[in-house]
Design a protein around this ligand. Structure first.
Ligand SMILES: [Cu+2]
Length: 145
C-alpha cells in the first residue's frame, strides 16, 4: 500500500485545534443568524434623525416601515422639539398626521438629548420644532405598511 501523509504521525493536535475552532465558529453563526433574521422580519428597526445648529432635521424626509422606531438626536447646542400636533403649530402646513394617528410632542430636547417615537399607523407625517417653526425647521416621516 502507498500512503501520502500530509502530517506525520503524532501531530494530530495540529489538525484537531483548527477543526474545533471551525466547529465553534459554525455554532456561533448558527446561533446568530436566526436572531438577526427574526429581528429584520418583525420590523423594529431604529432610524435616526439628527437635529443640528442650522435648525434642520437631517434627513428632512425619512421613509420607514410600520413598527419602526425613529430616534431624534440633538447634535446641536440649541433646544429643539419634535412636534406633530396641529394645536401647537403656528402654520397649519407645518403638521400632517395620517387618519387615525395620534399627535405627539417631545417637549424640549436639550443638547445631546434624544427622543423616540414608534410609528404604527402608515401614512405621511409632517412635524416641526416649536422654537424654530418660523425659520422652517420642519421634517417629514413617510411610514410604509
Ligand atoms: Cu429647533
Amino acid at each position: 500500500m502507498y500512503h501520502v501523509r500530509i502530517f506525520p504521525k503524532g501531530t494530530n493536535t495540529i489538525t484537531k485545534v483548527p477543526y474545533q475552532i471551525i466547529v465553534l465558529l459554525v455554532a456561533c453563526i448558527a446561533l446568530l443568524v436566526p436572531a438577526v433574521t427574526a429581528n429584520a422580519q418583525s420590523g423594529g428597526a431604529v432610524k435616526v434623525v439628527t437635529m443640528n445648529d442650522a435648525m434642520q432635521f437631517v434627513p428632512a424626509r425619512l421613509t420607514v416601515h410600520s413598527g419602526d422606531q425613529v430616534e431624534w438626536r440633538n447634535g446641536s447646542v440649541l433646544i429643539h422639539t419634535v412636534t406633530a400636533d396641529p394645536a401647537l403649530a403656528s402654520e397649519a402646513s407645518s403638521v400632517n398626521l395620517p387618519a387615525g394617528a395620534s399627535p405627539f410632542n417631545s417637549g424640549n430636547i436639550k443638547a445631546q438629548g434624544t427622543f423616540q417615537h414608534t410609528f404604527t399607523t402608515p401614512g405621511t407625517y409632517k412635524y416641526f420644532c416649536i422654537p424654530h417653526e418660523g425659520v422652517g425647521m420642519v421634517g417629514e416621516i413617510v411610514v410604509q405598511p
